[in-house]
Design a binder for this molecule. Structure first.
Ligand SMILES: Cc1cc2nc3c(=O)[nH]c(=O)nc-3n(C[C@H](O)[C@H](O)[C@H](O)COP(=O)(O)OP(=O)(O)OC[C@H]3O[C@@H](n4cnc5c(N)ncnc54)[C@H](O)[C@@H]3O)c2cc1C
Length: 336
């Protein structure tokens, strides 16, 4: 394979790298060793504090400085373009973070290349690179290869490659004196309306709250406050990521009792997210197909439902606890 790969990453203001970035470096490193490709790592924002020598890149380039620390299209695109030009790469791979996704197609346009986002794997076949990605809400998987257009720029989903082990620090070559013109000032960064940080893509466990939590219970009462306390307690103690069913997030607009910290960003399913946690626990959620399709990449699935004939019982979960989720979660929280 005669490709020159640029692994394009961003570091946060503390200079640390997240799991998706370490996975992307792992993938780049594998491609380098599989096909003897040349590998350059290019970082925007800050010189990473972590030692990433184990990715075995030939060169490490960085664009740093105050202007490049925060995510902003006009500065990120200039930095990415400078890194690509300096590396002279034919292939760019980057983690699918919101920061990267914002400018990656702009980078392809400026470089006269092609872009494929949400890629789930890259391999070498007969000396040629091939990428896989899903279409139609994760129902059709396709394999793409591009013969003519270069640079070929790809953003890779998290959870699809093994992360590199941290190693020794590397020596970064700075690219400086870039000309930036921006009207955008980053004043502050605020967390999303969820308040508490409840969406944690890096967690090994997804906890899904369904509409049952706010429905009338056996004693004919609605216990939304108790449900909210139990769920948040679990999420915070277990450092799990919170998801929900569509019915649950829609209830607010129908004037019914809601859990205040749930937003449409939490929705899992056909019209929601398809997260990639190792394990998932669905509670008070029926397990309808449009919801369960979002569980495609969850490896171990469990559910708690009072209905022994709910959707999860029909082959959608590995284990179904036929029980009252209020009682179960209270006991689980006690144990935690
Ligand atoms: C085109 C289309 C796209 C859709 N996309 C999505 C999507 O992306 N995501 C999504 O989630 N849905 C989606 N839906 C809706 C989906 O079909 C379901 O209606 C929805 O997921 C149901 O939500 P639920 O299971 O939380 O609620 P319900 O169906 O109301 O189920 C509540 C469950 O809670 C249980 N329960 C109640 N109290 C307790 C208790 N104390 N302990 C244990 N269990 C209890 C009940 O037995 C029941 O099974 C879509 C539908 C369509 C038509």
């Amino acid at each position: 394979m005669s490709e020159k790969i640029l692994c394009l990453i961003t570091a946060n203001t503390e200079g640390s790298l997240d799991k998706a970035t370490l996975e992307c470096l792992g993938l780049a490193s594998k491609l380098k060793s599989d096909g003897s490709a040349e590998l350059v790592v290019g970082c925007i924002g800050k010189e990473p504090a972590e030692g990433i020598s184990n990715c075995g890149a030939d060169k490490y380039l960085v664009v740093s400085g105050e202007a490049f620390e925060a995510s902003r299209y006009s500065t990120d695109i200039v930095a990415a373009q400078a890194l690509l030009e300096s590396a002279g790469s034919t292939v760019v791979i980057a983690p699918s973070s919101s920061r990267i996704q914002r400018f990656i197609s702009g980078l392809a346009a400026r470089a006269n290349g092609a872009v494929d986002t949400h890629v789930t794997g890259i391999d070498t076949e007969d000396g040629r690179l091939t990428a896989t990605r899903w279409f139609y809400r994760q129902r059709i998987e396709s394999k793409i290869s591009r013969k003519e257009v270069r640079p070929w720029i790809m953003s890779v989903e998290s959870g699809c490659a093994a992360a590199i082990e941290l190693g020794d620090s590397v020596s970064w070559e700075a690219i400086s004196d870039l000309e930036i013109a921006t009207n955008t000032t980053v004043k502050t960064i605020e967390a999303t309306s969820g308040g508490d940080q409840t969406i944690r893509p890096d967690s090994d466990l997804l906890f899904v709250a369904g509409a049952g939590w706010t429905k009338k219970q056996a004693d004919n009462s609605v216990k939304a406050d108790k449900a909210a306390a139990l769920i948040l307690d679990f999420i915070n103690r277990r450092k799990a990521s919170l998801g929900s069913s569509k019915s649950m997030v829609d209830l607010g607009s129908e004037g019914q009792a809601v859990l205040p910290f749930l937003t449409h960003l939490h929705q899992i399913g056909q019209t929601g997210a398809t997260p990639r946690h190792l394990k998932g626990l669905a509670t008070c959620c029926h397990g309808e197909e449009p919801h369960a399709v979002g569980w495609r990449f969850i490896k171990e699935r469990r559910a708690i439902n009072m209905d022994a004939n709910c959707g999860w019982a029909h082959g959608k979960a590995d284990v179904l606890y036929v029980a009252d989720a209020f009682e179960v979660m209270e006991k689980v929280n006690e144990k935690l």
